[in-house]
Design a protein around this ligand. Structure first.
Ligand code: TXA
Ligand code: MG
Length: 347
């Protein structure tokens, strides 16, 4: 299959072309403010199967359904509790996915066999233009091969999926850079299933107490049942194994310097890069005091190691507050939760 690269900035027909492919049941890479999405008509079983095929994604991992206007939620969710309305008023359009009981209009293949569905109203204007032009809600996981770091540019999407999907729409680099926050409103209390562009603190400002899924902080056994099936898979991973070294930037840089081998690579903050020997593979992901910049750059930095010959990667990691919770979750998942914590009290 020849994958079209569509550029709305220079081609006035790009959005209409993407929309007509989507209406025909094809899969199209689309920009959103978080990461690129691999979109198809959420109600078309064959089209949704094509997403799973192109990504190599396990069938039990549900997809997020994207809408362009709040009212579309009533065609998808079986119930819209007041908490959902309050969250939507505060953070939609934006990087937040709300899990609600689903209607029969959303097939089981889209929801990974669950009776619930994740719904998101993205803020990227091109994403919403495409949804409106297609005239259908779009199921879209992140547009990467399963297990690889998510994609934040159209070029990343081409790297992973060229030849496997009908088209990619180039909307420039993603402004947020990590995926949406996933919050479930299906249980007794609201539960954070995946940290993302909207922080836990922002959710709590609207909802009061929010339970935090254990899978966010530690490795979950393959056989365990988890609330967000996506959380149990190894994810975001470069080919070489990653070790997270957590502490102040100065502490972790010193530890990494002392443990470097000949084929080590380093994922570090911009302001620490100069401390490592020249000739070493060093990929930076933003300044240590700028978590928004770290979020924008972390996936590109994780991808950069795969074109090198490193056999192990040491990674710095921000504290788990604000959007740093999402950045640190992605880096720890890339490391399979292999973390050396320099802040723990030594006996
Ligand atoms: O920012 C984003 O959310 C991006 C863009 C494209 O919108 N999408 C994205 O989709 O990250 P994906 O499929 O890569 O991640 C969706 C996550 C998975 O961990 C999945 O298990 C969880 O959300 N999820 C989706 N529907 C769910 C449901 N009904 N119940 C529990 N978890 C769900
Ligand atoms: Mg993903």
């Amino acid at each position: 299959m020849n994958t079209l690269l569509l550029t709305p900035d220079t081609d006035p027909h790009a959005i209409a072309t993407a929309a007509s492919l989507l209406r025909r049941g094809e899969v199209v890479g689309i920009p959103t403010e978080t990461v690129y999405g691999l979109a198809a008509d959420a109600r078309n079983v064959d089209a949704v199967h094509r997403i799973f095929e192109a990504k190599g994604r396990p069938q039990d991992n549900p997809l997020i359904v994207h809408i362009a206007d709040f009212e579309q939620i009533y065609d998808i969710a079986a119930e819209v509790p007041p908490e959902a309305k309050a969250l939507a008023d505060a953070y939609w359009p934006g990087p937040m996915t709300i899990i609600l009981p689903k209607q029969g209009t959303i097939p089981m293949v889209t929801s990974g066999g669950l009776n619930t569905v994740g719904i998101r109203l993205p803020s990227h204007p091109m994403a919403r233009d495409i949804i409106r032009a297609a005239g259908v809600p779009l199921a879209a996981p992140s547009a990467n091969l399963s297990g690889r770091p998510s994609t934040t540019t159209a070029q990343h999407v081409m790297e992973d999926l060229n030849g496997k999907i009908a088209a990619v729409v180039d909307g420039g680099p993603c402004a947020v850079g990590v995926e949406s926050t996933v919050i479930s409103l299906c249980g007794d209390t609201p539960r954070l299933l995946r940290p993302g562009g909207i922080s836990l603190e922002q959710l709590e400002a609207v909802l009061g107490t929010v339970a935090v899924d254990r899978a966010l902080r530690e490795k979950i056994d393959d056989t365990e049942k988890v609330s967000a099936p996506g959380m149990k898979y190894r994810h975001y991973a470069p080919k070489a194994p990653v070790t997270v070294v957590f502490g102040t930037p100065a502490q972790s840089a010193a530890y990494i310097s002392a443990h470097l081998g000949e084929h080590s690579g380093v994922l570090c903050f911009d302001d620490c890069a100069a401390q490592f020997p020249s000739g070493l593979t060093v990929c930076t992901f933003g300044r240590s005091d700028d978590e928004a910049e770290q979020a924008r750059e972390v996936f590109d930095a994780l991808r950069c190691f795969d074109s090198t010959d490193v056999t192990e990667i040491f990674a710095q990691c921000p504290p788990a507050t604000g959007i740093g919770l999402a950045v640190s979750n992605r880096i720890k998942k890339a490391a399979g939760f292999h973390v050396i914590d320099l802040t723990e009290d030594k006996p």
